[in-house]
Write a protein that binds this ligand. Structure first.
Ligand SMILES: Nc1ncnc2c1ncn2[C@@H]1O[C@H](COP(=O)(O)OP(=O)(O)O)[C@@H](O)[C@H]1O
Ligand SMILES: [Mg+2]
Length: 380
């Protein structure tokens, strides 16, 4: 206790403290130095010799700029000029030349003094190599992704044409010659037409998905209430057929791509109408609420619900929890929804319990953080 007390008075411990500091100076794995504005290192620790391989004599007599990589010398001189002007320097990165001809990336902090400036350098070669590797991988991934998306688009686009032909000749056959077929012949024809229709849906959904994936949303002011009204119009026949009730709460205006948000609502409301319990018609509620920095749009139903274990995977492409005899569909709708939410910098998730219903929440941020486009910097 007594020691601690005296240690607080600097004058009485100066020689001892200086000894401590000298020990620490010598031990540091970082490069520490007091460097002169005359271009020479005045005092430097052992890390310089250990890490760079130059001898103490070499380091003490050669201008320090000589061990800076030639391409970094100008920038380094600029940083030294800043120190000379009394500024501090942080995270300045440059390359140093080692005695064996290799190169090390060092990150420097510097503080100005009267006749010298003080610098601390840390070897960041490994970190930079890792960052570089990561950036390269991200770039490769992005390339592969773009290629896949192109592929999905082209494939579904090119499948459309022959399918249209198959479907129209089947229809022609049905209209012109179905009379000449026996009962099983007509059944085959019906099955073929049904298959062509399903394939049409699949291709349309795939095209929709890749369009959402490829195109940057063009944001504008969107009246959610109007959008929902349009969507209900489109879903009219299904709503009528299922005898569904749709309740729409007060909906705000927000900044988004209207076409994509309409698609999202159509998929969610369409699902809510479709996945009603066998013994009761669908009751669907569309609501929205403000949250910090965004709006949460919710489509809730009182339908069959989704088991906990499936609540994440239903957003993946082609995932369906039922056979198509029970509920028709392609399994692409929610994947499209997730894409649309992500494209707007938001996300989508579901709360649900089996037999009592589901609520799909979509968070749409005001100031979007779309992957790849950082949030606008606030600093000037
Ligand atoms: N409102 C809902 N209630 C219960 N299950 C749902 C609901 N919405 C989606 N699901 C489940 O998630 C699956 C994926 O949905 P989606 O991608 O829209 O495909 P689809 O509607 O073509 O089957 C559905 O097949 C269904 O099993
Ligand atoms: Mg669906």
């Amino acid at each position: 206790m007594e020691r601690l007390h005296t240690a607080a008075a600097p004058s009485s411990v100066a020689p001892e403290a200086a000894g401590h500091l000298a020990r620490l100076f010598a031990m540091s794995p970082d490069l520490l130095a007091a460097a002169g504005f005359d271009g020479l290192l005045k005092e430097f620790n052992d890390a310089w010799e250990q890490q760079l391989g130059w001898t103490r004599a070499q380091l003490g007599t050669r201008p320090y700029l000589e061990i800076v990589h030639p391409d970094d010398r100008q920038a380094t001189e600029r940083e030294i000029a800043r120190l000379a002007a009394g500024e501090t320097v942080t995270e300045y990165v440059c390359r140093l030349l080692c005695a064996d001809g290799s190169i090390r990336w060092m990150a420097w902090s510097g503080a100005p003094g009267d006749e010298a400036f003080y610098i601390v350098g840390r070897d960041v070669s490994d970190r930079l190599a890792m960052e570089h590797e990561l950036a390269q991988r991200a770039e490769r991934l992005q390339g592969t992704n773009a290629e896949l998306q192109d592929f999905a688009y082209t494939a579904s686009h090119d499948l459309s044409e022959p399918l249209r032909m198959v479907a129209s000749f089947l229809s022609l056959l049905e209209r012109r010659s179905a009379g000449g077929l026996d009962e099983s012949g007509r059944e085959y024809l019906r099955q073929a037409l049904d298959g062509a229709g399903r394939m049409r849906h699949l291709i349309d959904d795939l095209l929709l998905y890749s369009r959402v994936a490829n195109e940057e949303p063009r944001r504008q002011q969107v009246d959610l209430g109007e959008l929902v009204a349009d969507v209900l119009q489109i879903l009219g026949p299904a709503i009528e057929q299922e005898d569904a009730t749709i309740e729409v709460g007060h909906l705000p205006t927000l900044e988004a791509e209207p076409g994509q948000i309409a698609q999202l609502l159509q998929n969610l409301i369409g699902n809510a109408v479709k996945f009603h319990a066998p013994d009761r018609p669908a009751v669907v509620r569309v609501t929205a609420r403000r949250t910090i920095g965004g709006t949460v749009v919710t489509v809730a139903d009182e339908g069959i619900g989704i088991p906990d274990a499936d609540q994440e995977r239903i957003f993946a492409m082609f995932t369906r929890l039922h056979g198509r005899d029970t509920y028709a569909g392609t399994g692409i709708g929610l994947a499209i929804c997730r894409r649309i939410a992500e494209r707007h910098g938001g996300r989508i998730y579901v709360e649900s319990s089996v037999d009592s219903g589901s609520a799909f929440h979509t968070l749409l941020p005001d100031a979007p953080t779309v992957p790849g486009t950082p949030r606008a910097a606030t600093a000037g």
